[in-house]
Every structure is written in C-alpha cells, then in structure tokens.
Write a new protein. Sequence first.
Length: 163
Amino acid sequence: MTGDGFAATLYAHWLTGFQIVKQLDWAALQQAAKDAAAQAYAPYSQFPVGVAVLAENGQIFTGCNVENASYGGTVCAERNAIAAAVVAGQRRFQALMVYTPQTKLTPPCGICRQVIAEFFLPDSPIASCNHLGQQQSWSLQQLLPDAFTPTYLAASTKIEKDV
C-alpha cells in the first residue's frame, strides 16, 4: 500500500487502542510536575521545569530539565518525561503538564512540541501551571498546527538513488 491509503492505515493503526480519559486528574499531574521541577538541574538559566505525562495505561511519568555547560546538550523536561515513559514501554499519551515557578505560564518549547506530536493526538490537552496555582491549557493542535508526524513519512514518495 502506498500514498494516502498507507498513511491513513498507519494513522488508524497508531490510534488503535487509544483511550481518552474522560476526567483528567489535573491535581495529580500538577503535583508530579512540581515534584519533578524540584529535581531540575538548571545552574545556568535558574529556570527549573518539571513535566508529568499521563500515559494511555494511566501511569504518570515525570521529567525535569537537565542543563549542560555546552548549551546544545541541555535536555528539556518534556523530552525527558516522554523518554522515561518510552523506556518503560509506553508509546501513547493522554495529557501533559508543565510546571515552572514563574509568574508567566510556560508552554513547551518548539522542539518539545515536535516530540510531543510524535506520541500525542492533535486534540490532546497540554497544560502549564505555576507556583501561584494558575493553570492554562491548550490542545497540541493549538501549540503546533500542521505538525510533521509519522503520517507524512508514511505517505512520502521514496526516492531511490542511482548506484
């Protein structure tokens, strides 16, 4: 199967078994993200971030930002949380919560949005909270419209090189 048919089949396969939680326990995600932020290694930016992701199976996985003196080596909390879940065998997620002790609520950065799009549905809730008890939510689609996802690769024309 090639073209759009293959992409649709891949997307349908990706969705198989995905269950959306009707009521998210935002308080549990907030606390888990806040606890993760307390472990952040942010000596350069002084901007600790914690993230909690809710996996399809109901487990919560967390991550914090880990900075590096070579700034390009820094890994964001969102990617660390998703990586921890992937190591545990999870591939589908229902929600993500970012915690920062900042007055202005902080959504995921650009590269994190792309990684989130790899594992979350477009309408998945992505939220941010802070030490003041404020919370703001977006859908992934709002944060990253027209995301580049596996369906684009599946639908692409494969180019063969001349040997």
